[in-house]
Design a protein around this ligand. Structure first.
Ligand code: ADP
Ligand code: MG
Length: 383
């Protein structure tokens, strides 16, 4: 556990960059610090590994005041990843990753095999180990940065906007990969970003900071979306938050509707025999591949005839995924597949909304009545 206790940092004569910060980052979890530029995120992070010394207050790791620890000892226990990877340009990828193990006195062979193991863990081709950083894409460099930080297996990871400088598609891949690695390794991670969507996706708990390093709200992503404490947080969390909160609501036991289907290769006659405007096509493994418009089928159904807009929800997915499947489907019937990707039935948007409402009723009943719901500012985001 990393604990900040009344931590303040003042640069020169200016106002505090971080002002009496008190916060706990739980062991084995991802704690995200999110907030606008200049709110003190980097300062906060760098005080943990003492790249910056707090003006006052204490930071402890597992109960030990970091200010009293031997600096080398402290930093050995902390992996640090920054936005531009910060790789050594004249060292190969493998040597970059092996840096800390070598400093710790590991043999060349042992450090090298550890580096190769990590290069694989972060999803890089082993062949890249011999390249130099400049020969990698930005996304690959970030992966190397993560591998290097993990090399000595530190219990704590500090990550300062590690995925901010790559394009959105690569960022999404890096985020997924990072969550997979974290599920495996369970590091106590302090993750800094200015991107609220990233915070919500990655954080077990998220601290929303305002300028001056003040914590506006520290909560689970679900709670931030469903119950922002003030206008600043509501504005920062952004639009569509009611819809986005559905991503955290599991959809247990929603009744599915039966749907006649065809397989790829079905004739125009087969399709018309279904008697619907839109007909769902499956592949040989019973996986849904797309809808076809009956009126448009004049040859056996192939992939070129498929409508590509619909998303597929999973039976163990979220209410958001189910609602999206329904809304994106040209037939209005959302496609649902099981964990193996096999088609199991459809849902209507109205089914999903009914499930949301009954879930809400159940929650109110268990909380002992509705209470004064704060809907008074619902139009805040309206244009
Ligand atoms: P963030 O990472 O959230 O963008 P920073 O921690 O980098 O914020 O900065 C917080 C505040 O401290 C900003 O106002 C910034 O200008 C100021 N600051 C950061 N580093 C220094 C420094 N070395 N000297 C003076 N002011 C600084
Ligand atoms: Mg910063």
């Amino acid at each position: 556990m990393i604990r900040f206790d009344g931590v303040t940092k003042t640069y020169g004569a200016g106002p505090p960059a971080v002002d009496h910060l008190t916060l706990e980052a739980a062991t084995g979890e991802i704690t995200v610090l999110v907030g606008p530029s200049g709110c003190g995120k980097t300062t906060t992070l760098r005080m943990v590994n003492r790249l910056i010394t707090p003006t006052s207050g204490t930071i402890s790791i597992d109960g030990v005041d970091t200010g009293t620890m031997d600096l080398t000892q402290l930093r050995r226990g902390i992996g640090y990843v920054i936005q531009q990877a910060g790789l050594f340009p004249h060292r190969t990828v493998a040597d970059n990753v092996a840096t800390v193990p070598r400093l710790l006195g590991w043999s060349k062979a042992k450090a090298r095999s550890r580096a190769l193991e990590l290069i694989e863990l972060v999803g890089l081709e082993p062949a890249l180990a011999r390249r130099y950083p400049a020969q990698l894409s930005g996304g690959q460099q970030q992966r190397v940065g993560v591998a290097r930080a993990l090399a000595a297996d530190p219990p704590v990871m500090l990550m300062d906007e590690p995925f901010s400088a790559v394009d959105p598609v690569v960022r999404e891949q890096l985020q997924q990969e990072f969550l997979r690695i974290q599920a495996e390794l369970g590091k106590t991670t302090l993750f800094v970003t200015h991107d609220i969507d990233e915070a919500i996706k990655l954080g077990d708990r998220v601290a929303v900071l305002r300028v001056g390093g003040h914590v506006a709200q520290f909560d689970t992503p679900e709670k931030l979306l469903s119950d922002p404490v003030d206008d600043f947080v509501a504005g920062f969390v952004g639009r569509d938050r009611g819809y986005r909160a559905l991503a955290f609501a599991a959809a247990p036991g929603l009744p599915l509707r039966a749907e006649p289907t065809i397989v790829l290769g079905a004739t125009p006659g087969d399709v018309r025999a279904v008697g619907a405007d839109w007909v769902l096509a499956l592949d040989d493994d019973k996986a849904p591949v797309g809808w076809v418009r009956t009126a448009a089928v004049e040859r056996p159904v192939d992939r070129a005839l498929l409508h590509r807009g619909g998303t597929v929800a999973s039976t163990n997915g979220s209410l958001r995924a189910l609602l999206d499947a329904a809304l994106s489907s040209p037939s209005g019937r959302g496609v649902v597949a099981d964990a193996d990707g096999r088609f199991v039935g459809t849902v209507l948007a109205s089914d999903v909304v009914a499930a949301i409402e009954s879930e809400r009723d159940a929650q109110r009943a268990s909380e002992g009545g509705a209470g004064p719901a704060a809907y008074d500012h619902d139009e805040r985001d309206a244009p």
